[in-house]
Write a protein of this length. Sequence first.
Length: 215
Amino acid sequence: MKNWIKPFLGPLLIAMGILLVGLSPYIRLRFDLSEEKKFTIAASSIELIRQQDAPIRIKVFLGGNKLPAGFKRMEKALNELLLDLKSNSSQGIEIEKIDVYEEYPDESARQKIIFQLDSLGIPPTNVVNNEDGKQVQQLVFPGVLIEKGDAQIGVLLLKGNKLSSPQEMLNQSVEGMEYEIVQAIQSLTDGPRKKIGFFLDHSHVPAVRQLDLIA
């Protein structure tokens, strides 16, 4: 290397490092080291997202600080998937995260939103969480509401073989997450389901699924 270049090499490398750090929040690089490529969205999913003719809004109901560890991993995988879809969208995807317990501290208001989610195909799941050494039951909402124009569709993400263990069911749900969301977007694209008003029949209790998953 020529001697006149050496004095500039150090400052140049430092400047490049600072530039990369500054741009890191805006650049999403996702490396897939698995043979099955579970963390890379399919080309068909990217094509569908790029062909959209209107913005999409996705409301995420899976979240909160008190999620059991298994659901936290599911939440992380969901966030990464949605960001990947958003980065490939031609019309834009708005992601809104809703913590039902935080957004609706009033019991009556919270029950109304629970009934609405159940009507949209997102029933709550009852899980057991550890808080200060005590086992506490809580409702988790493993689903998203996808909206496009005046149409919407609920997507339940907790799927899998009911005979499987809770951890296996969560793993199966994560693996099938992209399919469920992309199919819902395809459904809205082919034949939008219009938003409807809700008649809240409080004599009807949403079917709460029990998942014996202890964090």
